[in-house]
Design a protein around this ligand. Sequence first.
Ligand SMILES: [Zn+2]
Length: 424
Amino acid sequence: MSTAHHKRALCLILTSLVLLGFAVCARAAPLADSVILLIGDGMGSAQVRLAREAAGGAPLAMERMPYSGLITTHSADRPVTDSAAAGTALATGHKTNNGMISVAPDERVLRTILELCRDRGKSTGIITTDALHGATPASFAAHAPSRGMRSEIALQLAESRVPVMLGFWKGWFLPDSEGGERADGKHLIADLRRAGYGAAFTKEELSNVTGQRLLGLFDDGPEAPTLADMTLAALGRLRTDRDGLFLIVEAARIDWKCHHNDPAGAVLDTWEFDRAVAAALDYARGRGRTLVLVTADHETGGLSIEEPGRVKALAGIKAPAADIAEKLNADRSNVAEVLAEYAGVHDLTPDEIAAVKGAEHAADAVSMLLNQRAGLFWSTKGHSDTRVPVFAYGPGAERFAGEMDNTDIPKRIAEVLGIGPFPR
Ligand SMILES: [Zn+2]
């Protein structure tokens, strides 16, 4: 071998050693030890803008996060995804068919980012304003070929022993003999209590319950905690874990309101979601090692805003359209009073009053009235294929800027946490 060859070989060896050193260092020092992933179901960029303009135009907490991007959301078999396939993409980094929960189209089980974090000793939590077996939360800790397999999914969630699980409705956690939905006789709440979980069924119980593990199954109404209450309760439990945490927070009902093209409900639920985002950011600011991500599984309603200035018409909203409609009396003679009190609209025209009075469905008529006043158009009562936003704060946040696919989210989370490579 000539001297030149020797030099080149030596150079190659040195370069390899330096690169290896970098690789080892990168593995030894993950950017973050904790991730809070907040998902606004159905929340496209238009819904975010709607909520901001209705609040007076100042950026929401999520919009003040330093990095943002847009993600594509199509599923394996459809251009327009459902929450099951989208949740699977966000949880596993894989596309699957609509309706499937963290299994591939051939029903092969896919590992989720939550499961990977749990295997690394991190504390984990799932919070939702939907049932725990709802498609989005279920995608992180259960696996099923159909989202409709509620009994099986609830059982898998209970057996997952995710330390914090907060959602709505007890039915699929109780046997039918106790007024629940389960035909297999299993009492999952009792099982979880035996496994060391404190159980809470109201906001008050949530703030008083003891035990390092936490199960919450709430009912709708004034006793229910807000999403921010649930987020704070979860972070209070999980923060003691030295290995870090992985927490999912889902605002499920933005989607439900947008399915009804109800702008009042969309605004209120996005505001509630943003308060949970603010709580997560407050937590992260006190620590250098927590990445906070806010995104959506898909957009719902195909919302477009004609003129942002007109959205101010929703500034006085106090209830979603369905609740406003319920305040109307039998002959609907109180349209003006109800809209003044619950929608902040004080100048209804006789035509507008007549339209609500004469409508077959009062809630739809209230939505239509508010949409017209605020200059809003909806192109569907289903989901759309619009790209949805992702906002990022904390170590590694810059990796979530720009354009991505929804399957990139868990892969990049794994990189930031140093738990890659994510399973293919
Ligand atoms: Zn939906």
